[in-house]
Design a protein around this ligand. Structure first.
Ligand code: AR6
Length: 183
């Protein structure tokens, strides 16, 4: 049995189709932009549901370090969300695949998990970063996300649960199909 089979059959990694703002985990990940000052899509939904405390912290981070580089991640309170924290990461815009997009998207998953580990987070939920307005091809993004999580979880770790929270049906079906193949 290889590790890929392990992560899905052990239930340490699960796929859900729902609104990430409703998920009760230690941290949810936001697909933000470089300014951290909000936007549409999942970013808009998180700020709307989580309330002003999240934006206040984002503003402070923006002042202190000028926002967040693509592929990097920062952490704030979860405000009014069921999640205690929000980890904001900035995915790459898809320019055709030759501008280092895949490495940047991998970094989003890796840096979010690092930050989770540093903050004692045991459960974390990811949206399908970059696959909305940033236009990253969904299947490729899913393969890479699963691969990064698998690599990370090979380390002995406090992180007990990772959820892939798919909002649109297309992403959900892609993840289910890939997980089925890996089982
Ligand atoms: N819960 C879970 N997933 C969601 C939700 C939700 N409530 N709403 C949308 N998605 P996008 P990006 C999914 O566009 O491509 C923002 O304006 C959606 O189906 O939110 O990384 C930021 O400020 C899609 O699969 O993020 C940036 O400017 C996924 O979330 C820019 O968009 C990502 O779609 C980032 O673009």
């Amino acid at each position: 049995m290889n590790e890929e089979i392990g992560i899905f059959s052990s239930k340490r990694v699960e796929i859900r189709q729902e609104d990430i703002t409703k998920v009760a985990v230690d941290a949810i990940v936001n697909a933000a932009n470089n300014s951290l000052l909000g936007g549409g899509g999942v970013d808009g939904a998180i700020h709307k549901a989580g309330g002003p405390a999240i934006l206040e912290e984002c503003r402070r981070i923006n002042k202190r370090q000028g926002g967040c580089e693509t592929g990097e991640a920062v952490i704030t309170t979860g405000g009014n969300l069921p999640a205690k924290y929000v980890i904001h990461t900035v995915g790459p815009v898809w320019y055709g695949g030759k501008q280092g997009e895949s490495e940047k998207l991998r970094s989003c998953y890796r840096n979010s998990l690092k930050l989770a580990r540093e903050n004692g987070i045991e459960s974390i939920a990811f949206p399908n970063i970059s696959t909305g307005v940033y236009g990253y091809p969904k299947e490729e993004a899913a393969r890479l996300a699963i691969d990064e999580i698998r690599n990370f979880l090979q380390n002995k770790d406090r992180i007990k649960k990772v959820l892939f929270v798919c909002y649109d049906r297309e992403n959900y079906e892609i993840y289910c199909r890939l997980a089925e193949k890996l089982r």
